[in-house]
Design a protein. Structure first.
Lengths: 483, 97
């Protein structure tokens, strides 16, 4: 009961029931999650939801494509009746009155919501050390971070506490933890997946996406959640292809672009080796490589942090303690004091830092030099990528300059933490799809993935190359010790 | 463009008011240092030639979507369920006048 196909086939052949599949994962969470702290809450109705799938099977009615599949959902997506906290003190007791569209579609496909996974507060972070509920540990080595902000989802997958998970990615938050934890994760093209019901961080950058232990499972989950949504006016009209069934079996004619600016960054030797191994494997399977040039990527982290924090300062203005969320015990001196206390007492340090940066970047006298300028550079950067895709089908790069780092190692230097995002932020800025594929391990036994990017709406090419790497390295089949 | 001076404490205080964030002196000081370092690093974007370039906001092309301006009903009890304090169908806040 490890993959979507295995679960589907097993249910149809009556090898096990949906309840048994869900119970299997609930038991594993109970047994192992105290070691890694990947779940914020477990769905008390999970077994009931699974029982409903069993009833559907018994009645002979059609089963959805994800029937009986337990899904771990990042605690940034609203789940009706089930606490949704964004891993923040300000929403620690918030119970949404509605489901995010992603969750509605998962349920419609027959999936079972297993529980909500931990994240950096409001998706702001690259290590999952910023959660109000404590850091998540990397299952491969508990002294190390799982990455962030979707660290809980990545760690839960690596520890086999769920077969598939949902993450979100604004500047790399699906891809980097996927790489650090040795699992697959894709951020789809901007507009592929509805943002309705996802607690907003940066509206022009956020995308939810699947994380799993295989290319095919990522593709199957993405098929279920993608598509136009009437509640998200930025969602795309593009039809959703049958990605999983269309995965190419060989790479003849596939051109892999290698950005020369990325490969001239200082990169850990193990990451370089794994990346070169991946490139060699793809060439051996029929792909060709071509150097591409993206000079503006050196500004990506700067413009990302100006744009994302500006949008965040606006999106997080709703947390005022009036209609929901934390309210200070102290009597306020004024309305402004009321807001300032509620927010100051309940937002974590990183969130406050980003709200401050974004508010400054948007303020009178600074808007032109910061937010507006960043937006202009963003257009030029996107156009550079579009031009690069004239000569290649998929761009390959490392996901991060290093494997996972130790808990506590980078938390006191925000700039150093932000510079982690050097390979992933361009993807969100340009709206392109990007995936992290597990390939190898560091000399310390920590996973290392590679990043694949493609043209807007060309997730298929990414899945094709991901599948080839999966066949070659089978990295997703390894399991951490003691799990 | 002139090199950014370290953000003044006055600027940081002004920004914290705009953001409606009550910050301690220690927090203000830390943020002053951290944001100065970050902004100094980001200064480099000034050197990109962006003459005549429209800022990009939405990275993929999307069509304007309209719907009829019709109220859809929602359960008031559900909406009030997370209220820190309520009175009937009203959200209660401390007196502000």
């Amino acid at each position: 009961m490890q993959t979507i196909s295995e679960i589907r086939d097993g249910l149809r052949a009556k090898k096990f029931s949906a309840k048994e599949v869900t119970q299997h994962y609930l038991s594993r969470i109970e047994k192992f999650d105290k070691q890694i702290n990947s779940f914020v809450s477990v769905n008390p109705r999970a077994l009931d939801e699974a029982a409903q799938v069993d009833a559907t099977i018994a009645s002979g009615k059609d089963l959805g494509p994800l029937a009986g599949v337990p899904v771990a959902v990042k605690d940034l997506l609203c789940t009706e009746g089930l606490k949704t906290t964004a891993c923040s003190k300000i929403l620690a007791n918030y119970i949404p009155p509605y489901d995010a569209s992603v969750v509605t579609r998962l349920r419609r496909a027959g999936a079972v919501v297993l529980g909500k996974t931990s994240l950096d507060e409001f998706a702001m972070g690259s290590s999952n050390e910023n959660s109000f509920f404590g850091p998540v540990k990397n299952p491969w080595n508990h002294d190390y971070v799982p990455g962030g902000s979707s660290g809980g989802s990545a760690a839960a997958l690596a520890a086999k506490l769920a077969p598939v998970a949902i993450g979100t990615d604004t500047g790399g938050s699906i891809r980097q933890p996927a790489s650090f934890c040795g699992v697959f994760g894709i951020k789809p093209t901007y507009g592929r997946v509805s943002r309705y019901g996802i607690i907003s961080f940066a509206s022009s950058l956020d995308q939810a996406g699947p994380m799993a232990r295989s290319t095919k499972d990522c593709a199957l989950v993405l098929e279920a959640i993608a598509g136009k949504c009437k509640f998200d006016s930025t969602s795309s009209n593009q039809s959703v292809p049958a990605w999983a069934d269309s995965i190419k079996q060989d790479l003849k004619g596939v051109r892999i672009g290698l950005p020369k600016e990325y490969f001239s960054e200082p990169i850990d030797a193990d990451v370089t080796k794994v990346t070169q191994d991946a490139i060699a494997a793809l060439k051996a399977r029929g792909a060709t490589t071509v150097e591409v040039s993206l000079p503006l990527v050196k500004y990506a982290v700067s413009i990302y942090y100006l744009i994302a924090t500006s949008e965040a300062s606006s999106n997080l203005a709703r947390y005022d303690g009036v209609r929901f969320g934390y309210r200070s015990e102290n009597s306020p001196a004024s309305l402004d004091d009321f807001y300032a206390s509620n927010r100051g007492e309940a937002f974590g340090a990183e969130v406050k830092r980003r709200i401050m940066l974004g508010t400054h970047a948007l303020s009178s006298g600074y808007y032109d030099a910061y937010y507006n300028k960043a937006g202009q550079v963003r257009r030029l950067l996107r156009d550079e990528f579009i031009k690069a895709f004239e000569t290649c089908d998929v761009i390959l790069s490392p996901v991060a300059t290093t494997p996972a780092f130790k808990i506590g190692e980078r938390i006191s230097n925000p700039l150093e933490m932000y510079l982690n995002d050097i390979f992933t932020t361009s993807t969100n800025l340009a709206g392109l799809p990007g995936m992290s594929v597990p390939v190898g391990f560091s000399s310390k036994g920590l996973p290392i993935g590679v990043q694949l990017m493609a043209k807007h709406f060309d997730e298929q090419s990414i899945f094709d190359v991901s599948y080839a790497l999966e066949q070659e390295f089978r990295a997703g089949e390894k399991v951490p010790h003691g799990i | 463009m002139a090199k950014t001076e370290k953000l003044s404490l006055e600027t940081v205080q002004k920004v914290s008011h705009l953001a409606r964030l009550k910050l301690s002196d220690a927090e203000l000081g830390a943020i002053q240092n951290q944001l100065s370092a970050v902004l100094e690093n980001f200064e480099q974007i000034a050197s990109v030639n962006t003459e005549g370039v429209r800022p990009l906001v939405t990275p993929t092309e999307i069509a304007q979507v309209l719907r009829p301006d019709v109220v859809e009903a929602f359960d008031a009890e559900k909406i009030l369920a997370n209220a820190p304090e309520k009175s009937g169908h009203l959200f209660k806040v401390p007196p502000v006048v």
